[in-house]
Design a protein around this ligand. Structure first.
Ligand SMILES: *[C@@H]1O[C@H](CO)[C@@H](O)[C@H](O)[C@H]1NC(C)=O
Ligand SMILES: *[C@@H]1O[C@H](CO)[C@@H](O)[C@H](O)[C@H]1NC(C)=O
Ligand SMILES: *[C@@H]1O[C@H](CO)[C@@H](O)[C@H](O)[C@H]1NC(C)=O
Ligand SMILES: *[C@@H]1O[C@H](CO)[C@@H](O)[C@H](O)[C@H]1NC(C)=O
Length: 955
């Protein structure tokens, strides 16, 4: 352990010796001798002082304390006792962040979401909110007017900039209440990681501002999603992690600022409120606990460390209060200076109500323990972050200290990644809202790409949160929680002029900003705009309020009527006179699509049959999850639930299959009836061995119909994780090794089993690969490594032809964030690409050239690949995304400017995977999904799933 920092020794007042550092020190030295020794020195000192005490000068009190300093301390007392209130919005001449010289702006003809209900309406009632046609006038960094025809009604400065929104939706800037942008810059570099101060567990004294890199590109990428404000929190490895700061996403002169600095980014330059990150649960005990050396080793130890910290802060608070009371009676009463300890200053300020507390806690015991602490030490909790189980225990949250229960800062549907994230619900937002609590959606960037935070809100709406509450969950909700509710999150006079004009309703699929203003300054000179027709804003769909229960198996035949859309290319279609289709299903198979009169008549008069009327139904193929750990894992970070990590050991996915999991049931509910999964190489998102193609509804690997391909492909990984493997310490070694394996296979007997080698050995599969019988899937992101793989393909094919063969490698790239840079080469080489993620944001160095899309980049990788004619699919780099597969395809469709049509978009998550792997597609009449609404729209829901098992599952 390091020595205490110098300020510890020089801290003023009598409390310098209080605290864990002193405690840990004492433990390390033999005590008795020291005590005796120190005692003697002290005695000598007192005696000396007694003999030589000088008369204090007039600048000092009788006790020899500096009067000037005491006066300063006394003044500090009133600062210490100040309780902040939320800073005002209306009434300001100008925004303190306003940079002189910036011109006023009139945004005319927008469709505006003000964020407020109509007057006198109950703010929780959805119908009192609406989109309104209006102009918005910005001046001095403030919203000055919101109303119709402002250019006629008001005298505007002659140099006012005019932006014509042409009827597009306009909202306040999106607010992300949980981000690590700047402290975890992207692409991730070891040298730039400043999220957590891991030296010890209780670090209230560190500050995220000290590590925010203004030039982190991610700060810009995030803004391009309409996010103008973020709370930059320290990480969650410490029970008390340090101070957090609210920043705006405008950096330097290019963004209209005076200078490039963190101070310039602070959302409230006056620093009215302070913020602090705390955490409980798995992290602290796993990061810090060391048996016999230091805690916490358990949640028990964590609570103790937290309570001891609060107790220390409480003691300092009392001593300060006593000092201030006495000093107020006259400085001569002061026995010392104002007690103060920089180590505990921020935590004392929490107790003084000056610091807003944000706590990372997932589970019921964690939430309950912290609510206990809040009552024991009397501090408010502004929000529980992650809070996966909060929806189960609203009454616990309501018991927290103070009059205002904590909000819950959530992901919409990211879960399962660790034990404490296992119990969770996509309906959590709705449940919390229905209990009178506040759900807020956050990114935890870079865990989620905060650029798409508005998609979290859209999913909140999809999962039953009222439309206005979903929008509030990323605007006025977090603004209010940050104590900035009079300045941010609404489009109202007096508010900071952070504005987004969207190309479509912000809660619609693929919504993208056309322009973003921060403090009244437009952020893009020449933003890329997607080719998207103007559409009406969403009319909230009341049906979404119904939570979907478990499906039932249909007993008899079923006919769906009112199917208005068939998103498949493979079957005949004759619609009924009204343009809709009937879809008749018998024994889990579609037997008719079209008019289907006889099936309908039979169903209507048959007791065991049913007819289900859809308002606006849709029929699509069922979806396939490629490249996830579905079927091989239940909880990512829990080894006992996982198939494990292969490293260089070759294995087959089929041998690790573990079915009937929560993940697989969820997949099935969301129309994903099949998955193709391989063992992991070194960790999440890496692949090695052969993948198995299986039915997500199967109960075991030997149940009939469970598998559709025992070995679907042979997988290797060539992303950055390759260097974590001992056998291939470099990219060059890994590429060379793969080439060597393939050339060896060519040199061997082309497709027969070699003597002494089983048909299931790596060598046998490699020989199938070089015989063109088995696809080779490489997980890779960097375009440089992709180029190396393409060269290898040429070399191997040359060797094949020299050996008299004619086979071509069937090559598929997985991951492929930089594939757009080689799109035409990939098309020429007939290489298939599975994008995982669909929308990379350059998390790692080998993805840094990813395209983040409009308004920053022209198109994304999927557009470039499809334009070049590459067979493309969407894969899963994390399992939770399985719920969103159809949404991702819908985003690709919506934002493609017409280049990807609807059936092709569905093909990205079904047909194309089979095409590139050379596998037989599932039969469309057996593997299908019936949706209520269009799967290309945010408010669609799965109504029935056919999965090839002979049963129809109906919701
Ligand atoms: C910006 O810089 C100008 C000129 O140096 C100065 O007058 C102004 O106060 C600065 N504004 C802010 C918000 O820092
Ligand atoms: C506002 O925009 C809509 C959609 O582009 C257009 O139809 C309308 O004419 C515009 N109104 C005005 C006053 O410009
Ligand atoms: C954007 O990319 C498309 C191809 O995807 C191309 O046709 C178009 O010219 C590009 N536009 C700009 C402004 O570069
Ligand atoms: C039905 O869905 C289509 C898209 O598939 C959409 O354009 C249309 O507006 C929807 N109609 C209704 C009544 O919801």
């Amino acid at each position: 352990m390091n020595e205490p920092p110098p300020y510890w020794a020089t801290a003023t007042g009598t409390n310098a010796s209080v605290g864990p550092k002193n405690w840990s020190r004492r433990l390390r030295y033999p005590r008795s001798r020291w005590i005796r020794c120190v005692g003697l020195i002290f005695l000598a000192w007192v005696t000396y002082l007694h003999w030589t005490r000088p008369t204090p000068p007039s600048s000092h009190t009788a006790r020899g304390l500096s009067i000037q300093r005491l006066q300063k301390d006394l003044a500090t007392c009133s600062t210490l006792r100040t309780k902040p209130t939320d800073p005002i919005g209306l009434g300001r001449e100008k925004n303190a962040r306003y940079v002189d010289g910036h011109k006023a702006t009139l945004i005319k003809n927008a469709t505006v979401w003000t964020g407020e209900p109509r007057e006198k309406a109950d703010p929780r009632l959805g119908e009192s909110y609406s989109w309104v046609s209006a102009d918005v006038f910005l001046e001095n960094g403030l919203i000055k007017h919101v109303g119709r025809s402002l250019s006629q009604l008001h005298e505007l400065p002659s140099d006012t900039l005019v932006y014509d929104a042409q009827g597009r939706p306009l909202t306040a800037g999106i607010i992300d209440m949980h981000s690590h942008a700047g402290v975890h810059s992207l692409p991730t570099l070891h040298g730039n990681e400043d999220v957590s101060e891991l030296s010890t567990n209780i670090t209230p004294y560190v500050r995220s501002t000290d590590g925010i890199h203004p030039l982190d590109r991610q700060i810009q990428a995030i803004k391009s999603g309409g996010v103008t404000t973020s709370l930059i929190l320290p990480g969650s490895s410490n029970n008390i992690g340090g101070e957090a700061f609210v920043i705006k996403h405008a950096v330097g002169t290019a963004d209209g600022r005076n200078e490039t600095s963190v101070a310039d980014m602070l959302a409230d330059p006056e620093r009215t409120w302070r913020y602090m990150k705390m955490a409980c649960g798995e992290n602290a005990k796993h990061v810090h606990g060391k048996i016999g050396e230091r805690g916490p080793m358990s949640r028990l130890g964590e609570s103790w460390e937290i309570r001891r910290a609060f107790e220390t802060a409480t003691r300092i608070l009392r001593e300060q209060e006593d000092w201030c009371d006495m000093a107020a009676l006259g400085l001569e009463h002061a026995k010392g200076y104002l007690p103060y300890d920089i180590e505990w200053e921020a935590l004392v300020a929490v107790l003084r109500g000056q610091v807003q507390v944000h706590i990372h806690c997932y589970t019921i015991p964690d939430l309950e323990a912290f609510v206990d602490h809040s009552n024991e030490f009397e501090f408010k909790i502004r929000a529980f972050h992650h809070a996966h189980q909060a929806y189960l225990v609203p009454q616990i949250l309501k018991r927290a200290w103070g009059d205002d229960p904590p909000a819950s800062a959530l992901f919409a549907d990211n879960m399962w990644y660790k034990a404490e994230a296992y119990i969770s619900s996509e309906y959590a937002g709705k449940h919390l809202y229905d209990s009178g609590l506040t759900p807020i959606y956050v990114s935890d960037n870079p865990i989620l790409n905060a650029q798409h935070l508005v998609l979290e809100a859209a999913k909140g709406y999809r999962y039953g949160l009222p439309y206005h509450a979903a929008l509030a969950a990323v605007t006025s909700g977090p603004a209010e929680r940050l104590g900035l509710g009079q300045r941010l999150g609404k489009v109202k006079p007096g508010f900071d002029a952070d504005i987004v004009v969207w190309d479509s309703d912000p809660l619609s699929v693929g919504a993208t900003p056309m322009q973003v203003w921060v403090d009244g300054t437009a952020q893009y000179e020449d933003p890329v705009k997607l080719d998207k027709p103007l559409r009406d804003t969403i009319v909230p769909n009341e049906k979404l309020a119904k939570i979907i229960e478990d499906p039932v198996r249909a007993n008899g035949d079923v006919v769906f009527t009112g199917v208005s859309e068939i998103l498949s290319t493979t079957h005949p279609r004759t619609s009924r006179p009204d343009g809709t289709f009937n879809v008749a299903i018998s024994a889990g198979k579609i037997v008719c699509v079209g008019v289907c009169d006889s099936e309908l008549q039979t169903a209507l008069f048959h007791a065991s049959s049913s007819v289900i009327h859809l308002a606006n139904g849709s029929l699509t193929p069922a979806f396939t999850a490629f490249g996830s750990t579905l079927g091989l894992n239940a909880v990512e970070s829990e080894k006992v639930t996982d198939n494990g990590v292969d490293g260089e050991t070759f294995s087959r996915g089929i041998d690790g299959l573990a079915l009937d999991t929560n993940k697989l049931h969820t997949s099935h509910r969301y129309g994903v009836t099949r998955a193709i999964s391989s063992p992991k190489f070194v960790g999440e998102g890496t692949h090695h061995g052969t993948s198995v193609g299986f039915n997500t509804a199967a109960s075991s690997s030997i149940s009939p119909g469970a598998l559709f391909s025992e070995d679907a492909a042979l997988h290797y990984t060539l992303d950055l994780s390759i260097k974590r493997s001992g056998d291939t310490p470099s990219i060059s070694a890994a590429v060379g090794r793969l080439r060597h394996k393939l050339l060896n296979a060519v040199a061997g007997n082309l497709s027969d089993t070699k003597a002494g080698e089983s048909q299931f050995s790596e060598g046998a599969f490699l020989r199938k690969v070089v015989a063109g019988e088995l696809p080779l899937v490489i997980t890779v992101h960097s375009s440089d490594v992709i180029a190396a793989v393409l060269r290898t393909k040429v070399e191997v094919e040359k060797a094949i032809s020299e050996a008299g063969g004619r086979a071509k490698l069937r090559l598929v790239l997985n991951g492929a964030s930089e594939a757009h840079l080689l799109a035409s080469d990939l098309a020429t080489a007939r290489v298939g690409v599975v994008l995982a993620p669909l929308l990379s944001y350059g998390v790692s160095w080998d993805q840094r050239r990813a395209l983040t899309g409009a308004p920053l980049t022209n198109a994304t990788v999927v557009d470039a690949l499809i334009s070049a004619g590459v067979v493309t699919a969407i894969g899963l780099e994390e399992d939770w995304i399985v719920r969103d597969l159809s949404l991702l395809a819908a985003i690709a469709y919506t934002n493609s400017g017409g280049k990807i049509d609807a059936p092709e978009a569905m093909g990205l998550i079904s047909r194309n995977i089979y095409k590139m792997l050379g596998l037989e597609e599932p039969k469309w009449f057996e593997h299908f999904v019936v949706h209520e609404g269009s799967p290309l729209q945010i408010d669609s829901r799965v109504k029935a799933v056919g999965d090839g098992t002979g049963h129809l599952h109906i919701f």
